[in-house]
Design a binder for this molecule. Structure first.
Ligand SMILES: *Cc1c(COP(=O)(O)O)cnc(C)c1O
Length: 390
């Protein structure tokens, strides 16, 4: 699909809306699966990154498992084609209802984050005469070198069980009759592009596995990042080298499986937020482009100071200008980019905010009651043909 085809779609639709490139999604899934298969790794898709029905049905059709963080996500995963025996359930605050739902579905595993939580699961499973399969989420105290709001593996953190408490926890749960400890779980953060923290994670896991004894699997979580700066050049994340780090560094007992929970790396590049310029407003020192999309449609820039590449699909490359690109929401943090060099832009121009497939639409809110129009799905690779077009 050409750049001007996206523009055509936009002209025929109300903005703002999310546009998903299903061709790229399929290519990304196929790459991830074929790289993981080299080592027999099991992949789960982290639903929280994007839970659109169409996208989930495609991902589940490839036989991937699901990583859920709520009971509603478990229900939705099952309804969109994921097999319960391939669903894992994580989260620092599982309610009793959610635990019961997980037990009713007989999911693969509950990833547990505290001793109290495990004792509640033991109790609830006991009432059903069931044994719950669990993994312990261990906090490996690793700096993921990512934004502080999306690092999750440091010692002082609400997530996981600290390494120093592991002995005590293992001791206590050996007395729980309705629990089966199957594995260990880790997740050190998100949007990690430097592979070093993953190597560090492997070395930590090797130490911890020695303490924990015989276990069926290690779940190393997700966190592989995507290229927000140059999405056209790096449409598909470097799954090859990512999985290789684990293969090169993990020391496993024979038969021990490795599970992954990938969110952003699967869906991030396949989505864009398409918007229109409402007003071009000169300020005292800056020029503002005011879009019909704002932080209620894509909150990542306001929440994590995240960068998204932005393009004007209507304008040629004629004389440029510097603009602050902002949304219509009544908050000063409703900004997509500051002093961005951009083609000359007019009211009505179509704007593409790229790499918005993960943590985009799912985080949209009702604040200010601005409309988000239904997502549009296209089958060809927008980027591929865009490239040929340039
Ligand atoms: C969010 C999350 C993931 C997915 O993270 P990505 O950075 O999107 O790959 C995986 N596992 C757990 C436990 C999570 O909370």
């Amino acid at each position: 699909m050409k750049k001007n085809t996206i523009q055509e779609i936009a002209v025929n639709n109300n903005t703002p809306f999310y546009l998903y490139d299903i061709g790229l999604l399929r290519e990304t899934i196929e790459t991830a699966i074929s790289e993981a298969q080299k080592y027999g790794y099991e992949l789960h898709y982290a639903l929280k990154a994007n839970f659109s029905e169409q996208i989930l049905k495609i991902i589940s059709s490839y036989g991937m498992g699901a990583d859920c963080v709520s009971g509603n996500e478990i229900d939705w995963a099952v309804r969109t084609g994921f097999k319960p025996e391939k669903i894992v359930f994580a989260g620092v605050g599982k309610t009793d209802d959610e635990i019961n739902l997980a037990l009713n579905h007989n999911i693969f595993c509950l990833n547990c984050e505290s001793l109290q939580e495990i004792s509640v699961i033991n109790q609830l499973a006991g009432l059903k005469n069931q044994k719950a399969d669990i993994a312990l989420r261990i906090n490996p105290d690793i700096d993921a070198q990512t934004h502080r709001f999306i690092t999750t593996g440091l010692n002082e953190n609400k997530f996981g069980i600290n390494c120093s408490d592991l002995d005590k926890v293992l001791n206590e749960i050996s007395g729980f009759k309705n629990i089966r400890l199957k594995g260990l779980h880790f997740h050190i953060g998100s949007q990690i592009l430097n592979l070093k923290p993953f190597k560090e994670l492997c070395l930590k896991i090797n130490q911890i596995l020695n303490l924990a004894g015989e276990l069926e699997f290690v779940n190393v979580g997700g966190g592989l990042g995507i290229d927000y700066l140059e999405p056209e050049q790096n449409r598909i994340p470097d799954f090859k080298n990512y999985f290789k780090v684990f293969n090169d560094n993990l020391q496993l007992n024979s038969g021990q499986k490795v599970h992954f929970e990938l969110g952003r790396s699967i869906v991030g590049q396949c989505g864009s937020l398409i918007s229109r310029v409402l007003y071009v407003k000169p300020g005292n020192c800056r020029n503002y482009l005011i879009l019909d999309a704002g932080m209620t449609h894509l909150i990542r820039p306001a929440l994590y100071q995240a960068h998204h590449k932005i393009e004007n699909l209507s304008s040629g490359l004629a004389e440029g200008n510097k603009y602050d690109i902002v949304g219509p929401i009544c908050e000063s943090s409703d900004v997509f980019a500051q002093e961005l060099s951009f083609p000359k832009t007019e009211r009505g121009d179509i704007i593409q905010i790229k790499s918005a497939g993960a943590y985009g639409e799912v985080m949209s809110s009702q604040y200010n009651m601005k409309t988000l129009f239904p997502a549009v799905f296209v089958n060809q690779s927008v980027f591929a043909e865009n490239k040929a077009d340039i």
